[in-house]
Design a protein around this ligand. Structure first.
Ligand code: 5GP
Length: 116
């Protein structure tokens, strides 16, 4: 059996995390090393390694990342000022944890998307 990912262990409560949202398809918890006042990771429960590994059968879970993000952003009080959603893919994308996840960042102006 493949080894559980770090995020599967968090979803299964084997590792503690500040969980802010959970439903049948996704879970969301605060990033351990926040880059903004709100920094939440939204993760499909299915351990898809990267965006390059998604298939049509994952479309419901991937769509849910967005509806969960919007819901959480409203709860965090950052909807009207706005926020940023990021999904990193593999080495050049800066991905560290190979269990697909969406970063929800907000609570301050985030500046340009990429440094030049
Ligand atoms: P990536 O670079 O893969 O897109 O993002 C991985 C994120 O996971 C990083 O922002 C990192 O701070 C966060 N992270 C790594 N280990 C843990 C952990 O054990 N708990 C939590 N809550 N976040 C983690």
């Amino acid at each position: 059996m493949a080894e559980e990912t770090l995020f599967t262990k968090i979803i299964n409560k084997e590792i503690p995390a500040d969980m802010v949202y959970e439903d049948d398809l996704v879970a969301a918890f605060r990033d351990i090393n926040p880059q903004a006042p709100t920094h939440i990771l939204i993760v499909p429960k299915k351990p898809i390694p990267t965006v390059d590994d998604v298939s049509e059968e994952d479309e419901a879970a991937l769509g849910r990342l967005f509806t969960a993000a919007a819901k959480i952003a409203r709860r965090e009080g950052i909807s009207s000022n706005g926020y940023r959603l990021i999904i990193n893919c593999r080495e050049h994308g800066g991905q560290e944890v190979y269990h697909l996840h969406m970063h929800l960042l907000g609570g301050r102006p985030l500046g340009r998307m990429l440094s030049r």
